[in-house]
Design a protein around this ligand. Structure first.
Ligand SMILES: NC(=O)c1ccc[n+]([C@@H]2O[C@H](COP(=O)([O-])OP(=O)(O)OC[C@H]3O[C@@H](n4cnc5c(N)ncnc54)[C@H](O)[C@@H]3O)[C@@H](O)[C@H]2O)c1
Length: 490
């Protein structure tokens, strides 16, 4: 094989299944502390290029393969990598046969994440798979099956959890300092009105293998937006902004709150404003109920998505944790503010002309902060238009991305490579990605059904709604359904 695009488009099925049928242990040599790690990347797109940029800075890694079904991107990747040993592939199955590649990064659109991970596990590769980890709930169950069956390290690309601000915030919230956290709020807003335009049905570019790009997704006529980058706005390939951005924030919330999953999800929204050819909502509100310990109420999570209005809410693209004694706003770095306590809570009740006989008992006591070491959300009383004056922690960052001060993307890959050697469990792993995906998929299911969905987080099953339960799975298009069933129990 030369340092160029691999010539053979298709691998024979027999050759690949032969590899898949071997145990991971027999296929994969064990990495020693001083061994260099051979990595292959699938999907040299926006984030795939970023991954390659990071890997180039790691001095214990060789980028031995790069695969994309759009040929110009393979060529561009090879030029960017600049290592004669790197092989370009157009068919990932061929790359999975390369025994010198121990780990693969999956940076394709979402509808490929599960199957590529499952097939990589069966081929003895450790996996770094991008967020959102799945397109529908059952895929997460299949991925966990494959990861555990073949004893693979599977890291999910919700890298922001690696940030020091997130770790500090978790400690602080778990210490109970802020009292009972009963609400968490998140939101993503931007204004891209009127949208990205409409793209006509046409023949795919000659050097774009659209059938491979579609993979397990239903066959649909090609439009430019059903392809590079804009796949995010079509239900066949993604869950819209709910899963695109939700994956990052909800991952942090589940981790910080030590929550397994919600018992109820409800969501509404749709295409209210944008005039392009996307399908997923440009406006979506969602609410989830998370249980507490021993049947006690836990917390309620609210999410507001706006694609045609960028007026910032309290959190920007971060998270607001509301507790009985204090608040924490987290977007890479965090700020804590104090709630104030009425010494006599009846003094908070409006007075107007005064209550007739039998009304509240007012006295002269005032208010004091629950947490005197922290400022209130705003000077004096009033709204919650930010946490001005509160105490900050973590690394300063761009609130829109929540990572600015630290390169959490590189940190997450570092964790993956280190765990490939140590075989220890990474910080963001396949079970985490599955739980986060469940939360988001339940909201999208509720949105499509127009009713709330009840969920059992222990049994990981919908309660009392066969239509919703059926939405937890989707068929894969041939021949990919057979590939799936050859490896995991569906
Ligand atoms: N972790 C993060 O912060 C972050 C940031 C951006 C994107 N992402 C995720 O990364 C994924 C990719 O997003 P993107 O914006 O880079 O998309 P993109 O469209 O720019 O790139 C995806 C690439 O995958 C290729 N591809 C698709 N199917 C393939 C297959 N079967 N074999 C080989 N190549 C294939 C496409 O041709 C394309 O070049 C998405 O799931 C997205 O959510 C994560």
């Amino acid at each position: 094989m030369s340092n160029g695009v691999e010539k053979t488009q298709s691998t024979t099925r027999r050759a690949f299944l032969g590899a898949a049928a071997m145990t991971a242990a027999s296929y994969q040599r064990i990495l020693g502390a001083n061994d260099r790690v051979g990595i292959g990347l699938i999907g040299y797109g926006l984030i795939g290029k970023q991954h390659i940029g990071d890997l180039k800075k790691f001095n214990d890694v060789d980028i031995l393969g790069v695969c994309d079904c759009y040929k110009p991107r393979v060529e561009e990747a090879l030029a960017f990598i600049g290592d004669k040993r790197t092989v370009g592939y157009s068919d990932f199955r061929k790359m999975y046969e390369n025994k010198n590649i121990q780990g693969v990064i999956i940076a394709t659109p979402d509808h490929w994440h599960a199957l590529l991970t499952i097939m990589a596990c069966a081929a003895g590769k450790d996996v770094y798979v991008e967020k959102p980890m799945t397109l529908f709930i059952d895929e997460g169950k299949w991925m966990i099956q494959a990861a555990r069956k073949y004893n693979r390290i599977v890291v999910v690309g919700t890298q922001r959890r690696q940030g020091s601000g997130v770790k500090e915030a978790k400690k602080l919230i778990q210490s109970g300092l802020l009292g009972k956290i009963h609400s968490v709020r998140i939101g993503f807003s931007r204004n891209i009105y009127p949208g990205f335009g409409k793209t006509p049905v046409e023949n795919p570019p000659a050097d774009f293998d659209y059938d491979m790009w579609l993979g397990p997704a239903p066959k649909k006529p090609y439009q430019r937006h059903r392809g590079i980058y804009h796949f995010r706005w079509f239900w066949d390939y993604s869950g819209g902004q709910m899963t695109n951005l939700g994956a990052h924030l909800i991952d942090q919330i589940l981790w910080i709150m030590e929550a397994k999953g919600p018992t109820l999800a409800m969501s509404t929204g749709g295409r209210y404003a944008l005039e392009d050819d996307g399908e997923t909502p440009d406006l979506q509100d969602a609410m989830w109920v998370f249980p507490g310990q021993g049947g006690q109420p836990g917390f309620v999570l609210n999410c507001a998505i706006r694609e045609a209005n960028a007026m910032p809410d309290t959190a920007g693209r971060g998270q607001v944790y509301l507790g009985t004694k204090g608040n924490l706003v987290l977007a890479g770095s965090f700020q804590v503010t104090s709630e104030t306590r009425w010494i006599n809570p009846e003094n908070e009740i409006p007075r107007f002309l005064g209550h007739p006989a039998g009304g509240p008992r007012y006295d002269d006591t005032g208010r004091e902060p629950f947490l005197p070491q922290y400022a209130e959300p705003q000077a004096g009383r009033g709204g919650r238009g930010g946490a001005a004056g509160g105490q900050a922690g973590g690394v300063a960052s761009d609130a829109r991305y929540g990572t600015g001060g630290e390169d959490t993307l590189a940190m997450n890959k570092r964790d993956w490579i280190d765990c490939m050697r140590s075989r220890k469990r990474p910080l963001c792993e396949v079970e985490d990605g599955h739980r986060v995906s469940i939360v988001m998929h339940l909201a999208n299911m509720s949105l499509k059904l127009g009713r709330a969905v009840r969920w059992d987080p222990d049994k990981e099953a919908v309660i009392g709604d066969t239509e919703a339960q059926a939405m937890c799975s989707k068929p894969y298009r041939a021949p990919w359904d057979k590939e799936l069933r050859a490896i995991v129990k569906v």
